[in-house]
Design a binder for this molecule. Structure first.
Ligand code: 10D
Ligand code: SF4
Length: 331
């Protein structure tokens, strides 16, 4: 007779690890992190950064150890110093506050976030009421909403739609944060469109290529996974979405960890297939740490499952390129 209370111990041959691809750094995060690194090299420490440059605690503490100082607001930056704006973007008010305090600014806003800012300005210029789908309090949403506060209202999900009031139901447009769940956002848009059939779409997807690709990649492996481990920080919207997408797509369980030290051994009980992925702000070394943790517990080498190729690269912010060029010419 089998003892149902005691799970059978799996042999190492029965175990598998799948590694989602793409995962980890996107073009906007890479550009923002390199911006702070180059600024430190060029101007010397300290370099001030408004908010976390990207939402990853390891990236932030590594840059801190090299001389970056992260501040919440510009009044914490001494007059005349250099401040980098994070990848999530800032409102025009932040730009004017910086000018007022004579700060030298380097804008590391991801160009794909800037694209949404431009859409907000254009729709506001055409006098549309804009429904911005996103998470309250997220820095990206604050920056985008700040482009046209009198035209923009935040919609967090389908539950908010009944309470929306607009001036003219025929002149309503929607935009979104770049790092939302694609499926949830489409549900919200459908609910909005039901109320406002003339709803205008953004000219192109606001949820960026990296967010979409990471969700697609985790969906592809979730169904055959007993456990999906997502590496990413708790305030990283796109990382948190990967846990939700994995569960929605059929994963047995899914947990987010900042690094391997946060994995609870009990999550592996009876688990044959573990999948691993990471958010757009996560250095690959942290993923490798998770794979090492699994290898030490009898799991084999990971098999990468590719679902999209990525080759986008953004050039550094123009202020930094100008100073790097001048430094090279003077060397
Ligand atoms: O929270 P989040 O997903 O927006 O940001 P994170 O820094 O984790 O990833 C990069 C995404 C950015 C900068 C938003 F576009
Ligand atoms: Fe840019 Fe998308 Fe990366 Fe955000 S997640 S920094 S929008 S590429």
């Amino acid at each position: 007779m089998t003892d149902l209370a005691t799970p059978r111990v799996l042999s190492d041959q029965e175990k598998a690890v799948l590694l989602a691809a793409p995962r980890g750094y996107c073009a906007g995060v890479d550009r923002a992190v390199v911006t702070v690194e180059k600024a430190l090299e060029l101007y010397g420490a300290p370099v001030y950064v408004r908010k976390q440059i990207v939402h990853n605690k390891h990236v932030v503490s590594d840059l801190e150890s090299r001389g970056a100082i992260f501040v919440d607001e510009l009044d914490q930056v001494p007059e005349g110093e250099t401040v980098v704006f994070s990848a999530h973007g800032v409102s025009p008010q932040v730009h004017s506050d910086a000018a007022e305090r004579s700060l030298k600014t380097i804008d590391a806003t991801c160009p794909l976030v800037t694209k949404v800012h431009h859409e907000a300005k254009r729709f506001a210029g055409e006098d549309y009421d804009i429904l911005l789908i996103g998470h309250a309090g997220h820095e990206e949403v604050e920056g985008t909403a700040g482009e046209a506060p009198e035209h923009i209202q935040l919609v967090e999900g389908p539950g908010d739609v009944a309470g929306i009031t607009v001036r003219d139901p025929k002149r309503v447009a929607w935009l979104s944060q770049t790092t939302l769940s694609v499926d949830e956002t489409m549900e919200t848009v459908a609910a909005i469109r039901e109320r406002f059939p003339d709803l205008l779409d953004p000219p192109s997807d606001d949820i960026c290529y990296a967010t979409q690709n990471r969700q697609l990649a985790v969906k592809e492996i979730a169904r055959e996974s007993d456990l999906v481990i997502v590496v990413g920080s708790g305030n990283s919207s796109n990382s948190v979405r990967l846990v939700e997408v994995a569960l929605e797509a059929g994963a047995g369980a899914s947990h987010r960890v900042d690094d391997a030290s946060e994995i609870d051994e009990s999550w592996l009980d009876g688990v044959r297939t573990v999948s691993v992925t990471s958010g757009a702000s996560v250095p690959e070394s942290l993923v490798q740490g998770v794979l090492t943790f699994l290898a030490e517990r009898g799991y084999p080498d990971a098999r990468a499952v590719h679902s999209a190729e990525e080759s986008l690269i953004f050039s550094l912010p123009k202020e930094l390129r100008r100073d790097l060029k001048a430094a090279a010419a003077g060397a």
